[in-house]
Write a protein that binds this ligand. Structure first.
Ligand SMILES: O=C(N[C@@H](O)C(=O)O)c1ccccc1
Length: 329
């Protein structure tokens, strides 16, 4: 169990996975109801500068969907693949999360859609939000939606929308539109809009939803019920970009885990951060020893104190554990 003590330090488990995972660009990570790691990757598709035109329309539709299994369920201790699904469904995977019934909620930035998919291996699409390949910004159109968070109390889902919109939307578990909101204002003077709301996490003990507001290099948190702004966490050491966040209950509060990204203007090392939600203090920074982070793109923790980071450029997943656990192994 992770505690909030000051000497918390995450170290890479360099021998994980025990055998290589054949991954494309890793875009999303999630944890399933058995505390297994779920990896959402792009197989042989990749997001390059010519993947979309200036109207945000996907240009490689003629290639068809990815034929490899894009959703892999992996054993967190050894890294072997337990289940593989998601073939012939997706064009440009992005975010993934699981709900209380262990369904997958995923976003695909080429489809501009949010899909609820069964995890029974039959890949049944249970809910489809947005119109395939059609960007937009009304109640039933997204523009490169990036992630989903599930309110475990109400079953409602939140969508971060997206690369070419600047909002968070709320839907019921069945996909009925409920509400939406934009950035919160941390300074009374002016409200700076979201610039790529890129990753979402629900805080079960506080019923809040937090967003990694990527190009603003900040994390903002809101009341899930109302969308009311609660707080902002913005740190010099983030540099200019925060790519992904996740959350873990711990001791006397909660921990936010985040990964930043390279920013042309601000030189800050690309790393992971452990932040005390209440005090906003950075308790730890971490990065791999076997090879450098290239573009850490999502982060998730699995019950036993392990933290996983998926990298969209190095096409790999890194495992970290707290030193104490690591030493005792
Ligand atoms: O942000 C980008 N990609 C990553 O977030 C991702 O791969 O999800 C990107 C933007 C423009 C061109 C090419 C890639």
């Amino acid at each position: 169990e992770l505690v909030l003590d000051q000497d918390l330090h995450l170290e890479q488990v360099s021998a994980w996975p025990q055998s290589p995972l054949q991954l494309g660009q890793v875009s999303g990570l999630a944890r399933d109801s058995d505390s297994n790691l779920v990896i959402f990757h792009r197989g042989d598709h990749y997001w390059g500068d010519d993947s979309f035109n200036s109207q945000a329309r996907y240009q490689q539709r003629s290639l068809g969907p990815i034929q490899q299994s894009t959703i892999l369920v992996v054993d967190p201790s050894k890294g072997n693949i337990l289940k593989a699904s998601g073939r012939n469904m997706f064009y440009m995977p992005h975010g993934i999360t699981t709900d209380e019934e262990n369904n997958y909620w995923v976003t695909d930035v080429a489809l501009h859609q949010v899909l609820k998919v069964s995890s029974d291996g039959r890949d049944r699409t249970l809910v489809a939000l947005g119109e395939a390949f059609t960007p937009g910004s009304d109640n039933n159109h997204f523009c490169k939606p990036t992630d989903v968070a599930v309110d475990t109390k109400t079953g409602n889902i939140f969508v971060s929308d997206g690369y070419c919109n600047a909002r968070i939307l709320k839907f019921s578990a069945e996909g009925r539109y409920l509400s939406e909101w934009g950035a919160g204002s941390s300074d009374r003077r002016r409200r700076i809009p979201f610039r790529i709301p890129h990753s979402l996490v629900f805080l079960p003990d506080r019923q809040e939803v937090c967003v990694a507001d990527r190009e603003n290099g900040r994390i903002q948190c809101f009341i899930a019920e109302t969308g009311e702004f609660v707080k902002e966490i913005k740190k010099e050491e983030f540099g200019g970009k925060v790519f992904a966040i996740t959350y873990k209950l711990a001791g006397d509060g909660g921990l936010i885990f985040a990964v930043n990204g390279e920013s042309p203007y601000r030189s800050a090392p690309v790393s992971g951060f452990v932040i005390n939600y209440s005090t906003k203090n950075v308790l730890d920074t971490f990065s791999p020893t076997t090879k450098e982070f290239k573009m850490p793109h999502d982060i998730v923790e699995t019950g036993d104190g392990s933290v996983f980071v998926g990298d969209a450029v190095s096409k790999s997943v890194f495992k970290f554990t707290t030193e104490k656990l690591h030493r005792s192994v």
